[in-house]
Ligand binder design. Structure first.
Ligand code: NDP
Ligand code: HSE
Length: 429
């Protein structure tokens, strides 16, 4: 019998309680692991949690729950840095395995927690911390251990993918779509983490650290969110047969001479060709591509957010940790030196640039001249007239970030350009 101390009983925690209650007998029969809940730490013991929880299990004293000798394994689904960090360190210090879904925590102080778990010889499992129900941490950590992974790219935030899907497919406003995502339990407590790309950035940092064997932290990730995306951008994207998605991309650049590799990690909204598999990832679903030297391309797809899918990933880790505890073993933790980060200026992408310009002869050639002067080559163009002004959208060939930024500065200085209303990266087919 393995007794679980649950820290947090919100969207994910309540679903985990339900899953453990419903499935404990089946899990025991199929794995030999008998799980029982020994206590649940929350902020308010009187709050209605929508399911019948034995009130005797609830406590506001998370520290005491972690320290309770009856608790074998700790599951942390509180979120945020503190008190989650201190509680996890206390659990590890007491020799208790920990399962967490907390990407913000791991992307900021993961190295400290991995080192503590390593020293104590206990499990620290976190499948749910990247892309919800999708098994991506374990494949990167175990199945692809011998693989030379050079790129991990995908849609790793359910809230923003839900918002963009509702805006694209149903014309729903950004604000309404965000409220829906919150109601459905996809969003973080502060949804700024989702819509400004912090959450996807944290997941990208976690995946990059495991995939490339170097410690990448949240602050290393260049990120832009989706709060500035308009229906106009979405309509223009449709005209070019693209769909706008918030992407997380992590790449490793090796010098071929055995020097320390550079890692580029970024999150930004991008136009994805309609025929690309990522374009059809809708709603709260996520998808992650992993590109390896020997394995080639792998794609992982599934529900990236929501209480039940996330609880499923937590439960899988919990059973694994319980089984390891029984056998007196534990998984290795991610190791690696501090990553050498390649800044966004040194990266390349194709671009979509939307401008509002004066609708008069010669304007387009003036605008095109600015692109040309900065070695940014134009691949396609669309125009919409609205009286004295026109909205024009350019798609460029792959260009260096620094050159594109110089182009944008040049465009903003032109009298003929009244607004640079959209700047989005474009992903190749
Ligand atoms: P919620 O905000 O719904 O739940 C947080 C829980 O933690 C609540 O039960 C709250 O108590 C409790 N809590 C907060 N502070 C304390 C404290 N100091 N001591 C004890 N308990 C505390 O969050 P979620 O369930 O959505 O998310 C939990 C974690 O899972 C986060 O790290 C999140 O990023 C991650 N995650 C969430 C996903 C999702 O789809 N929601 C998906 C993947 C990961 P009370 O209820 O009394 O207020
Ligand atoms: N808020 C997160 C998302 C939860 O929308 O993807 C899953 O990590």
């Amino acid at each position: 019998m393995i007794t679980v101390g649950l820290l947090g009983c919100g969207i994910v925690g309540t679903q985990l309680v339900q899953l453990i209650t419903d499935r404990a007998p089946t899990i025991a029969a199929s794995t030999g692991v008998e799980l029982r809940l020994g206590g649940i730490a929350v902020r308010s013991v009187s709050k209605d949690r929508g399911l019948p929880i034995d009130k005797m299990l609830l406590t506001t004293d998370a520290e005491a729950l972690v320290a309770d000798p009856a608790i074998d394994i700790v599951v942390e689904v509180i979120g945020g840095i503190e008190p989650a960090r201190s509680l996890i360190l206390a659990a590890i210090g007491a020799g208790k395995p920990v399962v967490t879904a907390n990407k913000e925590l791991l992307a900021n102080v993961g190295a400290e927690l991995y080192a503590a778990a390593d020293e104590a010889g206990v499990d620290l499992l976190f499948e749910a911390a990247a892309a919800g129900a999708i098994p991506i941490v374990r494949p990167l950590r175990e199945s692809l251990l011998g693989e030379d992974v050079h790129r991990v790219m995908g849609i790793v935030n359910g809230t923003t993918n839900y918002i963009l899907t509702r805006m694209t497919d149903d014309g729903v406003s950004y604000t309404d779509a965000l409220s829906e995502a919150q109601r459905l339990g996809y969003a973080e407590r502060d949804p700024t983490a989702d819509v400004e790309g912090f959450d996807a950035g944290a997941k990208a940092a976690i995946m990059a650290s495991i995939a490339f064997g170097a410690n990448v932290v949240a602050g290393d990730v260049y990120h832009e969110g989706i709060s500035a995306i308009t229906q106009g951008d979405i309509e223009f994207a449709k005209q070019f047969d693209y769909t706008i998605k918030l992407l997380a991309i992590a790449e490793v650049f090796r010098d071929g001479h055995g020097g320390q590799a550079e890692i580029g990690v970024r999150v930004y909204p991008a136009m994805v060709p309609d025929e690309h598999p990522l374009a059809s990832v809708r709603g709260s679903f996520n998808a992650v591509f992993v590109e390896g030297e020997a394995a080639g391309e792998l794609m992982f797809y599934g529900r990236g957010a929501g209480g039940l899918p996330t609880a499923s990933a937590v439960l899988g880790d919990l059973i694994d940790a319980a089984d390891n505890l029984r056998r007196g073993t534990h998984q290795s933790v991610p190791h690696g030196p501090r990553a050498k980060i390649r800044s966004i200026d040194g990266l390349e992408s194709a671009y979509y640039i939307g401008l509002t310009v004066t609708d008069s002869p010669g304007v387009l050639s003036t605008v095109a001249g600015v692109f040309g002067r900065h070695e940014v080559s134009i691949r396609a163009m669309q125009q919409q007239d609205s009286g004295a002004e026109a909205r024009v959208a350019f798609i460029t060939h792959t260009a260096n970030e620094r050159n594109v930024q110089a182009t944008l500065t040049g465009l903003r200085k032109l009298d003929e350009v009244s607004d640079v209303h959209s700047v989005l990266r474009v992903i190749g087919p």
